[in-house]
Write a protein that binds this ligand. Sequence first.
Ligand code: PGA
Length: 252
Amino acid sequence: MRKKLLLGNWKMNKTPREAKEFALASKEMVDYAIAHDIDVGVAPTYVCLQTVKENADPRLIVSAQNVNEHDHGAYTGEISIPMLQELGISWVILGHSERREYNGETSEACNAKIHALLAARMVPVYCCGESLETFEAGKTKAWVEEQIRVGLAGIAPEDAASVVIAYEPIWAIGTGKSATKEIAEDTIAFIRGILRDMFGDVADAMRILYGGSVKPGNIAEYMSEPDIDGALVGGASLALDSYRGLIEGLVK
Ligand code: PGA
């Protein structure tokens, strides 16, 4: 049985003061989620990681939104795994479509980062998903398969168990046009099939999230599907009330 997971992707939102306010007020919400056997977390910007980690319930997962695969060195503007570890951060989102689009992050680059994270016993949340053009051309599965096979190449099955996958169709991100639960399940079941081909039975233990305009009002629909294990949520994860609504939707 895979444990449900809600991860809020805060993107470039919240100052450290705002992030601290959320962290301080999140205790009761985290209690509620844990009582219902749901993992919950947020991914703040780098400058907010420490304050969220220090002020939130220790059971709130705090994830970075990116990392560099090198431990240290001449990589201006980058953040390393040991830096995150010193703050107690062990989760990192990789390959988000916004980073693929605006920062040239490729599946090959994500693969190097995933190897580095797994060597450090950390949890990569690897994102995949297709554009509207690819979706309309009926090429979603070929696109996503390439992203999964390249991003997870060379990973040992025993390490793969801790990798989280997020399927986020780009046309559904921040647009209000969420994929139907049938479309999400169809692609996510397909992804699980690829994972089974790559890692055998370990695929059944790997969590796959849906992301793209998930809201308190629609999250329960996705959870009724057998292969969808939770959600990666942007806009609706920012306000406490809405975040709490997402957890309530997961509990249903
Ligand atoms: P959204 O973003 O929930 O605002 O659509 C999801 C994401 O990009 O992770």
